[in-house]
Write a protein that binds this ligand. Structure first.
Ligand code: PEP
Ligand code: MG
Length: 481
């Protein structure tokens, strides 16, 4: 029964893959892969990753614009689906240096679709595991569950916020009992389809005037986004992180403008990102701060409650960076008639080891710290978040280097000590400095226990982890008494 449904699911995936290729709907085809990859056995060519697979589509469909397939038979193996089909097309474009011949071809082919990591679902109550494509349903907060959480809230001292970037996430966060937003990643607001062309103009602008013109168009859209989030949060604190990712991440992978090439970096995660972006292009943060302040004013005019705004600067390593960017925030806020402390605070993420060592000097410039333990883990351990998962984590757990991924649970003796030092040095300068944690660890019960015992004021995690965080924070408080 389960095997039959697994086969059905695989077959539907393969058919969607091949039909969307026929329709040139390659964005659909790409989605049928968990990891896009083609190996052409005859030539030995390998196209690995989304960018490469798009290159394959471009190349093959330039040579054979009408290339299509006709399926004859589908067979199932343990980890694969094998398809016998005819491939057809007309040679109308250049092919490996060969000029077009105009000749049509039809050839019998076999394709192996390898299935690794099929989705499985676990019933958290019974422990039953299924490979059926079970529907996803929103979890219900029952009355009893709410009662247990209410008891937890009475016991815990650690605040619980949520990482939320959209009104929908903010609503979820509130429904699960979050006491504010601890991280609103503004880059997601730039990724919506209607923003992409404007973002592209901004990134590829040749001069400041053109960049500012593109930013002026983005401003009202960003303001709208903030207004919606602020309305949902109805007076609760909202920490808004100014733009963090490197700019080339907002361009399509096949962007071939030479200015896009110039933006590419060997190691973008350690390159022109975070506050460094704004040190080089302050106009981006100026637009964001203006949008935040205008949104807050607009919401204040409409509603009784306006959130306490916490403007957060990412990836600070040097106190001078924060000094310069904090002045930028104050200048723009002043132009929008907003007042420091009454209307907004300015703080920083602490996500570089240097920021932990120099936290006393950095605190001079900050109203709050939020430990970005994802980047802090990455930079303290020298592990690339995106690269080690598939290769190093498994063997390292087997060889007992560590029990769990340090990106999942805080590495207490290493990264954890940096957090403690940062907290201690920050509070040496400002005893009331507000301290949060907004990396993934903010939703991990073990890490929550550690943060509770490190003087942290609140953790911020994904909305769905908020209930678990409330329980873990209460358990930490009980253990500590
Ligand atoms: C972090 O580094 O912990 C963080 C929250 O930022 P991001 O994951 O967006 O880099
Ligand atoms: Mg980060």
């Amino acid at each position: 029964m389960t095997e039959t449904s697994l086969r059905k699911r695989r077959e539907a995936c393969v058919r969607e893959h091949m039909e969307s290729e026929n329709e040139h709907a390659f964005d659909v085809t790409i989605k049928t892969f968990t990891h896009p990859r083609y190996e052409l056995v005859a030539t030995g060519d390998v196209y690995d990753g989304e960018e490469e697979v798009w290159r394959y589509y471009r190349q093959s469909r330039t040579a054979f614009p009408d290339q299509r397939n006709e399926i004859h038979a589908i067979h199932h193996a343990e980890d694969a689906v094998i398809v016998e089909f005819d491939l057809l097309g007309t040679h109308l474009g250049p092919l490996r240096g060969m000029p077009p011949t105009g000749r049509a071809f039809r050839t019998r082919m076999t394709a192996f679709f390898l299935f690794e990591g099929d989705r499985i679902a676990i019933d958290g109550t019974t422990g039953n595991i299924t490979i059926d494509d079970v529907p996803l349903v929103e979890p219900d907060m029952t009355e009893h569950f709410e009662q247990v959480l209410a008891w937890c809230d009475e016991l815990r001292t650690l605040g619980i916020r949520a990482n939320a970037d959209t009104p929908a996430d903010a609503r979820k966060a509130r429904a699960f009992g979050a006491e504010g937003i601890g991280l609103c990643r503004t880059e997601h607001m730039f990724m919506a389809a209607d923003r992409q062309p404007k973002m592209r103009e901004m990134i590829l602008a040749d001069n400041l005037a053109d960049r500012r013109a593109a930013l002026d168009e983005l401003l009202p859209l960003q303001q709208q986004d903030f207004e919606q989030v602020f309305e949902v949060m109805d007076g609760l604190p909202v920490t808004i992180r100014l733009l963090d990712p490197p700019l080339h991440e907002f361009l399509p992978p096949d962007e071939d403008d030479p200015r896009a090439h110039a933006l590419r970096e060997v190691n973008p995660m350690l390159g022109t990102r975070g506050c460094r972006l704004a040190m080089l292009h302050p106009e981006i943060y100026e637009m964001q701060v203006r949008a935040i302040m205008r949104a807050a004013r607009a919401v204040k005019d409409r509603l009784e409650h306006v959130p306490l705004l916490e403007v957060m600067i990412p990836l600070i390593g040097y106190e001078r960076e924060l000094q310069i960017l904090r002045e930028l925030v104050h200048r723009i806020a002043g132009e929008e008639s907003m007042t420091h402390h009454d209307d907004y605070l300015v703080g920083t993420m602490i996500e570089l080891p240097r920021a932990c060592f120099l936290a006393d000097a950095i605190a001079e410039q900050a109203d709050f710290f939020s430990f970005g333990t994802n980047d802090l883990t990455q930079t303290a351990l020298g592990f690339s978040r995106d690269d080690i998962e598939g290769k190093i984590l498994g063997p390292y757990v087997e060889m007992k280097v560590f029990d769990r991924s340090p990106f999942e649970t805080i590495d207490k003796p290493g990264v954890g000590q940096l957090v403690r030092m940062g907290a201690w040095l920050g509070r040496k300068t400002k005893p009331d400095l507000k301290l949060g944690v907004c990396g993934e660890h903010g939703g991990d019960p073990d890490s929550i226990d550690f943060f509770h015992n490190s003087g942290i004021d609140y953790v911020s995690c994904s909305p769905f982890r908020v209930p678990v965080a409330r329980v873990a924070a209460a358990q930490a408080a009980i253990r500590g008494t």
